[in-house]
Design a protein around this ligand. Sequence first.
Ligand SMILES: [Ca+2]
Length: 650
Amino acid sequence: MKEAMGPPLTPKPYKIGIAPSHITTPTAPLFAERADDWDEVRKKIDFYKVYSLQAVPPDWATPLPVNSFAAFVKKHGIAVDAEFGAFRADGGAEEGKTAAKRAKAMHAWLGHRGLKLRALHLDGPVRRLMDCDRKSKGGLSLKQAAEATAVFLAECRKAFPGTRIGLITNFPNWHYSPEHPGMLGTWTQRSGVHYREVLEAVHRAARGKGAGFDFVEVDCPLNYYRATRNRANPSRRVNNPAKFKALQRWCVQRNVEFWLVVNYDTNPQRVAGKAALGARLFHDETLAYIRRLRRDGVFPDCFTIQSWYKLPAKHLPEEGGHSFMHTARDSIRLIRELYPQPDPVKVILDTDMSGDCDDAGALGLLHALADLRECELLAVVTNRKDLANASAAAADAINTYYGRPGIPIGTCKEKPTALQRTSPYTAALRDGFPNNTGPDDRAPDALDIYRRVLKAQPDGSVTVCSVGAFSNLATLWRREPQLVRAKVRRLVAMGGEFPRSKRAETNIATHPEAARVVAAQWPGEVIWHGFEVGQVLITGEKLKHTPASNPVRRAYELRRHRGRPSIQGGQPSYDQAAALFAVRGASPKSWEVISGGRVSVDVEGLTTWRADPSGKHAYVRIAGDPKRLAAEIEALMIAPPKNRTTGMTP
Ligand SMILES: [Ca+2]
């Protein structure tokens, strides 16, 4: 099989998860509160993978204590993945449907406990598909079996909306001749079918049903990865790094992610019953695997640090020197060191958290992006005097819900500007959710917060996201021009309409003089998001699926849009669009950026775009389907907080 050619493999963002519950490992001790390796691990992982079987285990598997597990992951905002393997490709055409029903029944406990499945890792189909064809007469053909798998994928999409679904492939098993005969190699040997054919066949069949898979997860312990000779036939050379990269390219070309299990096969006979030796070997070799992958230029979209059958069990609870959680902790540290991620975008949100609830949505979205390590929220400043005097408290309630109660908050002390109203939701957020900022008129001044926060940051590093009036920014520019020049990388501003507005847009009209100053004098890059951008991005209805303790949900219940609560049908995402752009930038899938010009604001508050090669302004239009962009925004708005704070903060 020839290697697929494709774009070069380069560093990119990735996720890290753990699967400490491998079949026979007792897991209950993990869910007790303790300050040890587990404490560090749980803060750094993106997901915890369980085995579907563990909820209702057969006698050979260890049960997962679902209640304490659910309470724990909920409390710490850890997403749940599941590995599911109850699938038989030889079951004929109906097997796809039957297996999907089984999957649904086996994961019902998640839904019953208020949890959602982030990803379903399908073990089984690929292995069994390899057993189905070619040399065995009377079995299903690869095409028939792939068709059944595609039915299964389509049924699972219906049963688990929003859950990512992928196929596990157990390496080694690529060629007609087995490199490592044994558990899996024999199947290829018998059927003559190998992984690439299986993946391609399922990919085609699933696409035909509009139900492709999202990722391929390779499960290949280091022992097998580093082999250079075919075990059955040592005269044949083996090159697994090249195969990994070929599969990775195959994935890139089909817009499928490449996930990887990292571990080491501590087969009991290898360590002759010496459990401590096995655990140590597991630790050292798992770390060696990560180093090796980096050296070989393998860049997965996701690492799963997975235990290896029985041995880690002997070291639970977490007291041994090389327990699974100790290995996970060291592995995560090493991955972060060897695979550096792009630095998070440093953001200050300047918001009129008062009238519309999209400000609350934008703040929630920034927290979700902070949970993904894509941004760091440096401060929140409010810019339109909220007659309820609770704009800062509302922002604090949202920060606290997302586990960041310490983010500095400042308020605008300007005299009342135009369009003052009593907020429909800020007082409710102040009174109904933990926060400790106090009334707006006693909160720190926005200018002081800007000064303090900007001074502490490296030059040219801060993105200001302005989603309200320009009062604070005009003051900041007048009073601290050097600080603006030195520290602010770019300003992303929601306001106006482009290329030319017919009437004054709210954020301009609230304080036209301030908007004129910023448009005419701001020294650096300004990206304008006119109201026409967010207007067509309707989000917020799915906040219904978030807990009642979510203050953003409450804001959407209370703010009305078109004569009904915003949560009933959603409302435009003016501010979320700007916040998303501030962090993720000009992704061509989402944005067309018109640059090389300047925006001016006239005395009536009308905005006009003028081309000017020396101009540092730009405005944006949505590229592609607004529904796709709205879905991206809404998914972030409803993402569960990773480090959710419970109870009052001091
Ligand atoms: Ca706003």
